[in-house]
Structures are given as C-alpha cells and as structure tokens.
Design a protein around this ligand. Structure first.
Ligand code: FES
Length: 166
C-alpha cells in the first residue's frame, strides 16, 4: 500500500489541468522564455505577442512539462495577462496566481513561482533589444532568483542521476 498522501487540489486547479487554456506556442511571438529544466521535466515555456505601439499583451500561450499545478498556474497566468499592458503583467506575483487558482498546497507554491519567473524572463527578453522602461528593475526579483536556484538544483540532480545510472 502506498504511504503517499494525495495532494488536495482545488476545483479550479483540476479544471485547468484537465482543460488548460492557451496551451501551445505562438509562432510569431515577439517575446518568449523558458523556465525550469528539461532534465527533470518541471518546465514552462511562455510565448507573448505584444503590440509594439501600445505595449499591450494581445496574446499569451504556454507549453508545460510539469505537474498539474504547473499546468494550471501557467494556464491562469496567460489568462490574467491577456489584454494587460506589460508593466501591469510584470506586477503579477506567484501569490496572485495561487489566489486566482483558489489556493495551492504549500509544496506546490514553486509551480506558481516557475510560471511567474517565466513571464518575467519573457518580459526581460522583450526589452533585450529595446529601450528599457524605468519600471523594469535591473536586479532580479525573488521569483526570478528562485527559478535560477531551481534550475541549478535540477542540473545537479540530473547529473547525479546520470552518474548512478552509468
Ligand atoms: Fe515542479 Fe509542479 S512544477 S512540482
């Protein structure tokens, strides 16, 4: 008998896991980013189509190779940012996503951090060859730092697993 306790996901998380909105890629995206690591499978790719003149996000899609919370978080995030200007989208926190989903189990907070981290990375990518707005901080946010830490950890774990398999 398994000793694992099933996670209690809310209705919204399960609904978006089964029927995610905005799943897929935008072929002519003008901003995109990856967060996570293919090595362990917890990964989100986010694609944005931004109107250059109004700086509004006119379309947002994602691809996810993660858990139910990862898929639900990315799905709700893309819904939340569509129609928003980039600055407002930048302000969305992992907690906003969790709240919008009706809450996440604490062990799944990082799934929502990963979603926000990928969005912030995509926004930075958008401004990589454009003049940076004043509101965009030079220093990485906590969410971006957390994503980098997770990516490093995943690399270490993947290398250890590879070694034990040899
Ligand atoms: Fe890693 Fe959900 S994204 S457990």
């Amino acid at each position: 008998m398994s000793s694992r306790v099933p996670l209690t996901y809310g209705k919204k998380v399960l609904e978006l896991f089964r029927n995610p909105k905005n799943l897929g890629r935008i072929e002519d995206a003008n901003a995109e980013a990856l967060a996570g690591s293919l090595a362990c499978g917890d990964m989100i790719a986010i694609y944005l189509k931004i109107d250059e003149s109004t700086e509004k996000i006119i379309d947002a899609k994602f691809e996810s190779y993660g858990c139910a919370a990862n898929i639900a978080a990315a799905s709700i995030l893309t819904e939340m940012i569509k129609g928003k200007n980039i600055q407002d989208a930048w302000k969305i926190s992992w907690r906003d996503i969790s709240n919008e989903l009706g809450g996440l189990p604490p062990v799944k907070y990082h799934c929502s951090v990963l979603a926000v981290g990928s969005l912030k990375r995509a926004i930075r990518a958008y401004y990589a060859n454009r003049s940076k707005p004043d509101w965009l901080p030079e220093e990485l946010t906590q969410e971006e730092k957390h994503v980098i830490e997770e990516e490093k950890l995943m690399e270490i774990l993947a290398k250890r697993i590879q070694k034990t398999e040899l």
